[in-house]
Ligand binder design. Structure first.
Ligand SMILES: [Zn+2]
Length: 67
């Protein structure tokens, strides 16, 4: 299902809902309809560089920018 107004793409495999990653089906549809950039609401914080600030306390020593 595609809703261009809200930039929403949903697939019956529900990979985004389960894993937080867009499935190949949704990506192919985006290519087909001419989307040049993945909508920002599909880039979850856990897959970005900003995810480092949400590490649990016992893993914070592995942050590259930690003291
Ligand atoms: Zn899918």
């Amino acid at each position: 299902m595609v809703d261009r107004e809200s930039d929403t793409y949903s697939c019956e495999c529900a990979m985004f809902e389960h894993m937080g990653i867009l499935c190949r089906h949704a990506l192919k549809v985006m290519v087909h309809v001419g989307v040049c950039r993945i909508p920002s609401h599909y880039i979850l914080k856990r897959w970005s560089r900003d995810a480092r600030d949400v590490l649990p306390d016992h893993l914070k020593c592995y942050q590259k920018d930690s003291d």
